[in-house]
Design a protein around this ligand. Sequence first.
Ligand code: ZN
Length: 197
Amino acid sequence: MTPQAESVLDLFRTTGAYLEGHFRLTSGLHSPNYLQCALVLRHPRAAEDLGRRLAAELRTIVDEPVALVVSPALGGLIIGHEVARALGTPFLFTERGPETRKMLLRRGFTVQPGETVVVVEDVITTGGSTRDVIETLRAAGARVLAAGSIIDRSGGAAGVGVPRVALATLQVAAHRPEECPLCRQGVPVVKPGSRPA
Ligand code: ZN
């Protein structure tokens, strides 16, 4: 693990955002730990620090000026805002439409044709949300230069169609329920994510 990733995970540990227990991930797999970004991002100084670091990582893969940062709500809001602060750009967010679940720019948000954008999320697992945001931005004529996240839970495997960085790339220990040692011990499983864990 890189020194950057070690220090990011330390920040998760010291803020109580590195949860240990028995979790059911969105994939359906079970894991003994979970990184709850909302718990580290509740501290504005930690959020600002992570935003500055992610902006610096993005600058290493983007060689032209970034005009805009865009994130999917809700998970990307705080970190996207902090990356935008560090890059000196405005910040917009997308929301899923109530019916089609398509990522939409609402609230009067617009992008200009040719505008250069980076897409920022808290955690990338499959890359689905970031890909959906990129599709929406391209449909609006923007040029998506890169994507970034605090955590990459895919072990680097998730592709989003543009260059991508993460502050910490992890291969999450996960088991199918029928092979899960914690299930075998009878430990109750909880679903983290947006609910209290
Ligand atoms: Zn289990």
